[in-house]
Design a protein around this ligand. Structure first.
Ligand code: SF4
Length: 699
C-alpha cells in the first residue's frame, strides 16, 4: 500500500491542501485534499502536476560549489568548505565596510522557519536590516495600506466570505488564471446564488471577465479615479453607513472633499469608460451590505500602489462593509508564504510579529529576546534598492535565497550589471537554471517542496504544516539548516536548533501579546486541525480566527479605521510621441513566476508554449503589424522581441507581455522586465510593473 501524507501546495497564496501518495519505490503522485477547508479536493493545473517537479531531479543543484576568483570556474566543495568561505568573506566585508555592506534577498516561497532564521541572523547578529524578499514586488503596497487604514497588516476576512457575499469587486486581478481554486469557489458561489454581483475592473478582458456582471475596462493607472468616482456617487446617493462612519472611522471630511474634486463625466473620460458603467458599479456597491473587494498586482505594482489600495479599502469604510460575514477588503496573495514571511518580520522595515523597526520599544523587545547585537534603527535596503546599491558599490555582497531576480526584477539589465559588479554573490537555490548562478561565487544547494519540514501562511491568515516526505537529492539541505550552519560558522549563539519545530516555537513565542498571537500554537495542534487561522487563542472553539474586527475596534491608536484622502494623478512614466503605448506585464495560467518549477512540466508548457505580445488590432494596423508577426518592443531601458497576438480583448493603446520568460539560449530578447522601470511607490517601495511607455514596431 502506498503511504499517504497531507501537505500544502507550494505555488500560490491560495494555500490548497494536497495529499501526496508515495509508493514503495519512492515515486509520488498528488491529489487535492477533500477535507481541506480551502480547496475541498480541488487543485489547479499547477497543483495537479506538482509531483513532476519533485520526481524530476535532472535540474537540481546537488553539491555546494565555490569559485575563488571572479572569472574562474566553480568547483564542487563540501558544506564546511563552502560555508567557511562565505563566513570568511562576509566577516572581511563587514569588518572593512560595516554590516550594511552585506544583504540577503529571499523569497515568498521560503517557509516561515527559514524566513525566521535568516531575519534573526542579519538583524539580530550581523547588525544590518538589509533583508528583503521578492514579496516586495508583490504585496508591499497592500501591507502598507492595511497598516495605514486598519492599523495592522491584516486581511480581515476569510475565503468562506465568498459563499456569503452579495457583491465581489475584483480590481486589477485575474483570479481565474492566477488564483484558480479561489476562482472555482467564486464560480460555485455564483452558481448557487445567480444574484451574486461580480464587478471586474481591468484594462484587459481576461478569463475572470467571463463571469462578470459588469466589466469596467479602465485605462491603466486610473483606478483611484474610478474608486473615488464610486465613492462620490455613494455619498451623493446616501448609500453610505453614517453610523459606522461616525462611530468607527476617522477622516471622512477630507475624503468627501477629495472625491468631490472630479465630476462623474471627468472621471469617466479619464478612466476611458462610460459614465453609466461607473453609476452601475456604484449602484451595485451601494445596494448591498455584503461587499467583498479582491485585488492583486493591478493595484499593488504601481507608483501609486498604496493609494490605489487605500482608495478601494475606503469604499468598505464608508459603507461599513468590514468585520461582518460576506464583507471586507481581501488582497489576494501571490506567493504561498508572503504572509508567513511578514509574520517573522522578513522585510527590511519590519521586526518579528509585525513589530515596527522604527519603534524603539519593539527593537528593545526583540533584542532582549534574541540576545545578539544591538538592533539597527536604520531601515534596510528593499529589493530594488539592493541592486542599485550593488551597482553603485555601496553594497558589496548579496546572498540570494530561492528567487530569480534576473527574471523578476524591474530594469533587469541593471540588476545584471549590479551582480556583475558585486564583490561577492551567494546563490542558495534548488534549481540549476536561474540566471543568477552565472554570477555566483558560492552556490548552496537547497531542499525543495516535500524535502523539508515547516509552516506556511496563506492569504486568509491560515497556517499549514508541511512535513518532510522525501529526501533531498545529492547534498542539498533545507534552507533553514543552511542558514543556521552559516550562523554558527560566524560564531553567533542561538542558531543551534535540535529540530525545525524549535525554530517555529521561538517565532511563536515572539508573537505573544501581539495581534498575530500564535504563542500557544504547536505543530501538533496545526496537524490535528489540518490548518489554523491566526490569531490563535488556545481556548477557542473554532480552529483559529476566521474574521477580524467584528467588534469594529480597529488596531489604530484611536481604535477607528482611518479613511485616507489623496489626489488621483497617476505617477507612472507618461506615454510620449516616441513611446506612445502602455506596456503591462503579468502571469499566464499554467506558469509560475520565473518557471523554475512549471518549466519542468511538459503538460504545463503546452497551454502557452512561448512568450508573446498581446496587442489591439487597431494599434497593430497603425504599425502595419499582422497576426503572428515578430515585433520589437522598445523603450529607453531596452527591448524585447516576440510574436504578436492580436486581440480586441485588450484596450487600445495598451500591450501585454507575460513576465515568466528569462533568457532563452543565453538570449534575453523575450524577457519582459528589460522594459520595466525601477519607479517605486514612495511608501511601499513596490515597483511600477504595470505601466511602462513603449513603442512597438515590426521586426
Ligand atoms: Fe496551488 Fe494555488 Fe493552484 Fe491551489 S490555486 S493548487 S495553491 S497553485
Amino acid at each position: 500500500m502506498p503511504e499517504m501524507y497531507k501537505t500544502t501546495c507550494c505555488y500560490c497564496g491560495v494555500g490548497c491542501g494536497v495529499i501526496v501518495h508515495q509508493q514503495r519505490d519512492g515515486k509520488i503522485w498528488v491529489e487535492g485534499d477533500k477535507e481541506h477547508p480551502v480547496n475541498k479536493g480541488m487543485l489547479c493545473s499547477k497543483g495537479m502536476n506538482l509531483h513532476y517537479t519533485v520526481m524530476d531531479t535532472t535540474d537540481r543543484l546537488l553539491y555546494p560549489e565555490i569559485r575563488y576568483s571572479k572569472y574562474g570556474p566553480r568547483q564542487r566543495a563540501g558544506w564546511d568548505e563552502a560555508l567557511n568561505r562565505v563566513a570568511a568573506v562576509f566577516t572581511a566585508i563587514i569588518q572593512r565596510f560595516g554590516p550594511d555592506a552585506v544583504a540577503f534577498y529571499a523569497s515568498g516561497q521560503c517557509l516561515t522557519e527559514e524566513y525566521y532564521v535568516v531575519n534573526k541572523l542579519i538583524k539580530g547578529f550581523i547588525g544590518s536590516n538589509n533583508i528583503d524578499t521578492n514579496s516586495r514586488l508583490c504585496m508591499s503596497s497592500a501591507v502598507a495600506a492595511y497598516k495605514m487604514s486598519l492599523g495592522e497588516d491584516i486581511v480581515p476576512g476569510c475565503y468562506d466570505d465568498i459563499e456569503l457575499t452579495d457583491c465581489i469587486f475584483i480590481a486589477g486581478a485575474n483570479p481565474a488564471w492566477c488564483h484558480p481554486i479561489l476562482w472555482r469557489r467564486i464560480e460555485a458561489a455564483k452558481a448557487a446564488n445567480p444574484n451574486l454581483v461580480i464587478i471586474v475592473s481591468d484594462p484587459r478582458v481576461t478569463q475572470t471577465c467571463a463571469l462578470a456582471t459588469l466589466h469596467l475596462q479602465v485605462t491603466p493607472g486610473t483606478d483611484i479615479v474610478l474608486h473615488h468616482a464610486i465613492g462620490r456617487l455613494l455619498i451623493e446617493q446616501g448609500c453610505i453607513d453614517p453610523v459606522f462612519i461616525r462611530d468607527h472611522t476617522e477622516g471622512i471630511e477630507p475624503y468627501r472633499q477629495a472625491v468631490m474634486q472630479r465630476t462623474l463625466a471627468e472621471a469617466a473620460l479619464i478612466c476611458g469608460i462610460e459614465e453609466a458603467a461607473i453609476t452601475q458599479a456604484a449602484h451595485y456597491i451601494g445596494n448591498t451590505d455584503k461587499l467583498m473587494t479582491m485585488w492583486t498586482m493591478g493595484l499593488n505594482q504601481s507608483a501609486i500602489g498604496v493609494h490605489k489600495n487605500l482608495s478601494l479599502i475606503n469604499l468598505h469604510l464608508i459603507t461599513g462593509t468590514i468585520g461582518k460575514p460576506g464583507c471586507g477588503p481581501f488582497s489576494l496573495t501571490g506567493q504561498p508564504n508572503a504572509m508567513g514571511g511578514r509574520e517573522v518580520g522578513g522585510l527590511s522595515n519590519l521586526l518579528p510579529a509585525h513589530r515596527d523597526l522604527l519603534n524603539a520599544q519593539h527593537r528593545e523587545e526583540v533584542q532582549q529576546f534574541w540576545g545578539g547585537t544591538t538592533l539597527s534603527d536604520k531601515p534596510g535596503l528593499t529589493a530594488t534598492q539592493m541592486f542599485e546599491a550593488l551597482n553603485s558599490g555601496r553594497l558589496k555582497a548579496i546572498w540570494i535565497m530561492g528567487t530569480n531576480p534576473l527574471v523578476s526584477l524591474p530594469d533587469v539589465r541593471m540588476a545584471e550589471a549590479a551582480l556583475n559588479k558585486a564583490t561577492f554573490v551567494v546563490v542558495q537555490e534548488v534549481s540549476n537554471k536561474p540566471e543568477t548562478l552565472a554570477y555566483a561565487d558560492v552556490v548552496l544547494p537547497a531542499a525543495a517542496w516535500t524535502e523539508k519540514e515547516g509552516t506556511m501562511t496563506n492569504a486568509e491568515r491560515r497556517i499549514s504544516y508541511l512535513p518532510q516526505l522525501t529526501q533531498p537529492p545529492g547534498e542539498a539541505l533545507p534552507d533553514a539548516e543552511i542558514i543556521c550552519r552559516f550562523a554558527r560558522k560566524m560564531g553567533y549563539a542561538g542558531f543551534d536548533y535540535p529540530c525545525m519545530e524549535d525554530i517555529y516555537k521561538e517565532h511563536a513565542r515572539l508573537t505573544a501579546g501581539t495581534h498575530i498571537n500564535i504563542s500557544s500554537l504547536s505543530y501538533d495542534v496545526i496537524r490535528r486541525h489540518r490548518t489554523i487561522q491566526w490569531p490563535y487563542n488556545g481556548e477557542m472553539e473554532q480552529p483559529g480566527t476566521r474574521r477580524l474586527f467584528e467588534d469594529h475596534r480597529f488596531y489604530t491608536a484611536s481604535g477607528r479605521a482611518r479613511i485616507h484622502a489623496f489626489g488621483d494623478e497617476n505617477q507612472s512614466e507618461p506615454v510620449s510621441p516616441e513611446y506612445p503605448l502602455i506596456l503591462t506585464t503579468g502571469r499566464i495560467r499554467d506558469h509560475w513566476h520565473t518557471m523554475s518549477k512549471t518549466g519542468k512540466v511538459n503538460k504545463l508548457k503546452q497551454h502557452i508554449p512561448s512568450p508573446f505580445l498581446e496587442m489591439h488590432p487597431e494599434d497593430a494596423a497603425e504599425r502595419d503589424i499582422e497576426q503572428d508577426a515578430i515585433v520589437e518592443i522598445t523603450n529607453r531601458l531596452g527591448n524585447v522581441r516576440v510574436k504578436v497576438k492580436l486581440t480586441e480583448s485588450i484596450k487600445k493603446g495598451l500591450v501585454f507581455l507575460p513576465m515568466h520568460w528569462g533568457k532563452l539560449f543565453n538570449n534575453d530578447s523575450s524577457r519582459a522586465n528589460n522594459l520595466t522601470h525601477v519607479l517605486l511607490d514612495p511608501v511601499s517601495k513596490q515597483p511600477d510593473f504595470k505601466f511602462s511607455a513603449v513603442q512597438v514596431t515590426r521586426y
